[in-house]
Design a binder for this molecule. Sequence first.
Ligand code: SF4
Length: 61
Amino acid sequence: MKGYVDKDVCVGCGMCVGVCPDAFRMGEDGFAEGWQELAADVVDDARQAAEDCPVGAIDVK
Ligand code: SF4
């Protein structure tokens, strides 16, 4: 599984990086991105970030 960010929707607030840095990081463009396959023990945090994203830009699959 991996986190995916729709950069056309992301507003660069950084919340997801704070909630789950193992799944998300800020790109040089100022928007978040999923950056690695998720270990089983971080999937719940990644899903929480997806739920909490203020603009619904995250998918975890
Ligand atoms: S929480 Fe959503 S809007 Fe904020 S940086 Fe992450 S993907 Fe972008």
